[in-house]
Design a protein around this ligand. Structure first.
Ligand code: ASP
Length: 433
């Protein structure tokens, strides 16, 4: 059986959903389908999931979500009308959802309804069974998938028949049964969960690009498609900002050998990128950069003489909601980088004040506007790309704020200023690819 996940742009309107049907009908092994909520139809358009979050926050603020919800309603009704589906049943569902959002069911419930309605319509259109993931995927408190989910889906899907199934992506339930979503873009994770549960021969992830590219095409014109990647290379590329496949979606497949094929719904004939457990092509895979980081720098003479100091400092950071993603340690200093969204300026200044007093620091400063650029590929530790990349950055006068070399055998990274991000990606691409 082939599991197919279709992203938001692949189900954005009835014309896209027709393409989905053609893809499904062209191979009878494509029997388990995971769908996202309708995404943007053009640059100015709004994603259904964003509108659902908006409707929920309006209700939380005591405002009416009527106007926002009517945009959502219109989108689904239009899709149902053009696909000649039962509009009455859809209207009933929409009524229930609006009432529930209005009565404060919360953000997870509201956001999940985008995928729910998508699967509700597409299952009718394909004449496949609708399987509500609220009753079969359990998401642990830390956002990981509870293994019980695999057994549950395995029981529902009949591998020996020719029956088809449609699963809404992005959500499941907590252990006590209430709806919980994955993080944004999480339908990729649902696809992996279903693929693992049915022991799929292939997991096809259908999107609007023909696979992973060796650099962001908005930055590097003509960046090449990567033919093959390993599970671990995908995790690293996604972590450095490549947004084709959710970085947590590899986890459910990690101890399987199920291949993943990233495919383009608008160009189904393109081969896309094949992702396998083991490395197939030992070369450089890609360069990617992610911005939106802030930096904390602190100094204290004899900092590490005091046992447990690092741990105590980190605990204090966590209390203020700051969880660093990169750290550097010097004899009398520490530098941490973290996602800027984790704390406002006022939270950060309160945090610095507290750290300074409580740990008698000599100095502590915070600044924003940092980025990290990663070069990924199974050859990075054996080729001379690191030297070439460093020289290229120097030649372009791009300052490096930190280095991460040796933490993984599949990648290395440079800390750079956010304003240099695009220039740095271009420079590294030209030097190495
Ligand atoms: N609809 C959700 C989002 O926009 C999940 C997904 O598309 O995978 O994040």
């Amino acid at each position: 059986m082939i599991v197919c996940k279709f992203g938001g742009s692949s189900v954005a309107d009835s014309a896209q959903i027709e393409k989905v049907k053609n893809i499904i009908k062209s191979d009878e092994r494509r029997r388990a389908i995971v769908v996202s909520a309708p995404g943007k139809r053009n640059k100015e358009d709004e994603k259904i999931t964003d509108l659902l979050y908006k409707a929920n926050s309006e209700v939380q603020k005591g405002l009416s979500c009527k106007e926002t919800f009517s945009i959502i309603e219109k989108r689904y009704l239009e899709i149902a009308a053009s696909l000649k589906l039962d509009k009455k049943a859809l209207s009933l569902e929409l009524d229930i959802i609006r009432r529930n959002i209005d009565s404060g069911y919360g953000a997870d419930y509201a956001a999940s309804r985008g995928e729910y309605l998508s699967a509700f319509l597409i299952s009718q259109y394909l004449n496949f069974e609708f399987v509500d993931t609220q009753s079969c995927i359990v998401i642990n408190q830390d956002g990981t998938v509870n293994p019980y989910s695999y057994e549950q889906i395995g029981r529902i899907v009949d591998s020996n028949s020719d029956k088809g199934y449609v699963f809404p992506g992005f959500y499941g339930s907590t252990e006590d049964g209430s709806i919980k979503t994955f993080t944004r873009g999480g339908s990729d994770i649902t696809g992996s969960v279903v693929a693992r549960s049915v022991n799929a021969e292939l997991y096809e992830n259908w999107t609007d690009v023909s696979g992973f590219l060796s650099a962001d095409p908005r930055i590097v014109e003509g960046a090449k498609t990567i033919d093959s990647l390993s599970y671990n290379e995908v995790r690293e590329l996604s972590d450095y900002g490549a947004s084709v496949f959710h970085e947590e979606a590899i986890a459910p497949l990690m101890d399987t050998s199920i291949p993943i094929n990233i495919k383009n719904t608008n160009r189904p004939e393109d081969k896309g990128t094949l992702i396998t457990r083991e490395v197939k092509d030992a070369s450089l895979a890609g360069v990617s950069a992610k911005g939106g980081l802030s930096r904390i720098r602190l100094r204290k003479l004899m900092l590490f003489k005091k046992h447990g100091m690092r741990h105590a400092l980190l605990t204090m950071l966590h209390i203020f909601g700051v969880r660093p993603s990169f750290s550097l340690y010097g004899i009398d200093s520490i530098v941490w980088f973290f996602d800027s969204k984790m704390a406002t300026d006022s939270v950060l200044s309160a945090m610095c004040e507290r750290l300074k007093n409580e740990f008698s620091l000599d100095e502590i400063t915070v600044d924003r506007g940092h980025a990290i650029l990663g070069v990924v590929g199974s050859s990075v530790m054996s080729d001379d790309s690191f030297i070439k990349a460093s020289e290229a950055l120097k030649k372009e006068s791009i300052d490096v704020t930190f280095l991460n070399y040796g933490a993984s055998d599949l990648s290395y990274a440079f800390g750079i200023k956010e304003e240099d991000k695009e220039r740095a990606v271009k420079t590294i691409y030209e030097a190495l690819f």
